[in-house]
Design a protein around this ligand. Structure first.
Ligand code: WT7
Length: 657
């Protein structure tokens, strides 16, 4: 088609351009238009963060802004007292904004619910009282396993109101994963749902949870939201319907004044071993970081903007930029239950038009998928309300960047590429959209109050344009405080390598001659599938738990759509032979153990895995085979013949498409 050809040409022309200055129409009314905040923060980072913290409502002021007497256990705003739900709800309602919409919720089948700040506050108080009635209080961990429905927001805020750290598990993880995370975090309650909807189908949730959760003695309460009407058994004395519990609860629940360092939530994320890490964030610093970055990276005017972050609340992106950043600022957001291609591949753009979305935040993998579906889907809708676009989760390839800029943003909207992690809690490296030009493929520069540096293996800063390890050189308010009940792992994973205050990120990166950071990818055994972090060890251990499997090695194979995809080399027990049927069975097995997102895209049968003489699996070689590259040095292998068999096996099988 002529249109397609014209678009290709336009994109090719855009790709020639290195810099994209903030469009004039945008800059003219942007919150920040120069580097003065960066400069002020550089002169006095702690004082600068203190000024940002003062934008929140504190019940009691802090005595020490940054307590670094016990590195790397940093404390921010010590002595101060505040409450997150108060900052996200009460203070806006008190300021007369109760009727402002917090969320335009859009259900999978097109249902609409506009939820105001006043309504949220009412529900949150009842939910908090319902939890209290079950004996849950400050410090008790509450698990949350819910789809993208308004109740998930109510549940999270209710926890913050009483100081019960929440532990949200992404709805796409399996019930077994949930059980494991409830066990690790010693959760006293779980808030879940009867069933979930996905593309016109429903799936039972509560009954699968029951099958795995039965014997966790510390789990004394399960609160169940009725959503799909799926049948579920309610265990006397433990299980309660959400609507009954909220109705019976007292409507008033004052917000508990909590210490700035009170644990706010735990969020499990993949590490380089099979056991996920319980990343722990606290109250005052996290909210300061989420609130400032939301307002300024997305240039938000709460009275007029409509923000939409397409992530799931079960990830840190959802915690910081669906829930806490937007609500702390009194903003209005869209919350969508469904998939981007249901009922049609244009649903995102239809919703942008319908709700007048002004700021849109998504992942590069989603942009590449939309690109593949074709520009006609966004082009069918009026997207003129959009004024700013953002990406997160992985490096964006310049072609996808240009498509996003041109087709979605119409060339009017700055694109911010935001680099951060579950651990950092808040966006760390990006461009302030009214002040800094973007370079497609580069996230940009550290935000005000953040210090990043690329170093060599010994921790010495490398020269510009040279690749090295990304580090963060100064504590920041939103940083993780520890790993839940794994203090040593916190020390060894992030601080041992270079010594506090230098935080080891785990990403390779380079900084160019203009000071812009180009993040390349992980340097550990963590892979990034569609912007989701997966541990190779976790997938390996799920595969090996299958009775027919002797050994498995998992690598991340580069993938055009998802960035990386999971490729598993599997050795079977005895004389068993791998076939298509077993392949399907193994994939399902992994889905049951971890979740669908961890299913290997490709399985390669191996009679043996390439190991060094000391028995270490040589993943580099597995990567070469999977990606069809010439093999590197194989002389350190115990048995160099293994490689020939693997290469044959890899060629014999394609992927599952
Ligand atoms: C890892 C963190 C923070 C929310 C999403 C993922 C990669 C994240 C970018 C980006 C290049 C990125 C890094 C990082 N990553 N954003 N804009 N450019 N890489 O959170 O699951 O904690 O993963 O995602 O490798 O270390 P996460």
């Amino acid at each position: 088609m002529a249109d397609d050809q014209q678009l290709e040409q336009e994109l090719a022309a855009l790709l020639e351009q290195e810099w994209f200055e903030p469009p004039e129409g945008f800059r003219a009314r942007a919150r920040i238009t120069d580097l003065s905040e960066h400069e002020a923060a550089e002169r006095d980072p702690v004082g600068w963060w203190e000024r940002q913290a003062k934008e929140l409502d504190w019940f009691e002021p802090w005595t020490t802004a940054l307590d670094d007497s016990e590195p790397p256990f940093y404390r921010w705003f010590s002595g101060g007292k505040l409450n997150v739900s108060h900052n996200c709800l009460d203070r806006h309602v008190a300021a007369g904004l109760g009727e402002r919409v917090a969320f335009h919720w859009h259900g999978e089948e097109g249902e609409k619910r506009a939820i105001t700040y006043a309504q949220l506050l009412a529900d949150v108080q009842r939910c908090a009282n319902a939890l209290k009635a079950r004996g849950i209080g400050a410090g008790d961990v509450v698990g949350i396993y819910l789809p993208m429905i308004p109740e998930v927001i109510v549940a999270m805020l209710a926890c913050t109101r009483i100081g019960a750290p929440h532990n949200v598990v992404f709805g796409g993880f399996s019930a077994e994963s949930v059980a494991e995370r409830m066990e690790f975090s010693n959760a006293s309650a779980l808030i879940t749902v009867d069933g979930a909807r996905r593309k016109g189908k429903t799936a039972a949730v509560k009954s699968t949870v029951d099958a795995t959760m039965g014997d966790l003695s510390h789990l004394e309460t399960i609160l169940v939201v009725r959503h799909t009407g799926e049948a579920c058994e309610m265990r006397e004395g433990r299980d309660l319907w959400w609507h009954d519990a909220l109705q019976a609860a007292d409507p008033d629940c004052p917000a508990e004044p909590l210490d700035a360092e009170h644990p706010l939530f735990i969020l499990y994320s993949s590490g380089s071993t099979a056991k996920p890490k319980g990343i722990q964030h606290t109250t005052g610093g996290y909210l300061t970081g989420a609130a400032w970055t939301f307002r300024n990276v997305f240039d938000v005017r709460p009275e007029s903007d409509v923000f939409w972050c397409t992530a799931d609340v079960g990830w840190i992106t959802g915690h910081s930029y669906i829930v806490y950043g937007p609500l702390a600022n009194g903003a209005t957001s869209v919350m969508f239950e469904g998939a981007p291609d249901y009922p049609e591949k244009d649903v995102w753009w239809r919703l942008c038009q319908e709700y007048g979305v002004t700021i849109f935040y998504t992942a590069p993998t989603a942009i590449r998928t939309c690109m593949k579906w074709g520009a006609e889907h966004p082009q069918r809708h009026d997207l003129s309300s959009l004024r700013l676009l953002g990406t997160v989760g992985e490096p964006i390839n310049p072609k996808a960047w240009a498509w996003y800029w041109r087709v979605v943003g119409g060339g009017r909207c700055p694109v911010v590429d935001t680099w951060w992690q579950t651990e950092t809690g808040q966006i760390m490296i990006t461009t302030l959209p009214g002040a800094q030009a973007a370079k497609p493929g580069s996230a940009g520069t550290p935000l005000p109050g953040i210090a990043a540096e690329v170093v060599d293996n010994d921790g010495r800063e490398v020269q510009r344009d040279v690749q090295g390890l990304l580090t963060l050189r100064h504590p920041w308010p939103g940083m993780l405080r520890t790993l839940y009940k794994e203090r040593d792992r916190y020390l060894s994973g992030y601080w041992e390598r270079f010594g506090a205050p230098t935080y080891f990120v785990g990403d390779a990166s380079r900084q160019d001659h203009d000071g812009y950071f180009w993040v390349i990818g992980r340097v550990d055994d963590v892979i990034n599938v569609s912007g989701h972090r997966m541990s190779t060890a976790e997938v390996e251990s799920a595969i090996v738990s299958h009775p027919k499997v002797a050994e498995a090695a998992v690598i991340g194979q580069s993938d055009e759509d998802t960035g990386q995809s999971i490729c598993a080399y599997v050795t079977l027990r005895g004389d068993l032979e791998g076939d298509q049927e077993l392949e399907v069975e193994l994939r399902e097995h992994v889905a049951r153990r971890i979740g669908k997102l961890a299913r290997p895209r490709r399985i390669i049968w191996a009679s043996e895995l390439p190991k060094t003489r000391s028995g270490k699996i040589m993943r580099r070689l597995l990567q070469d085979v999977a990606e069809g590259r010439e093999l590197g040095d194989v002389t350190t292998l115990r048995d160099p013949d293994v490689m020939a068999q693997l290469s044959r096996s890899a060629e014999a099988r394609g992927d599952d498409g």
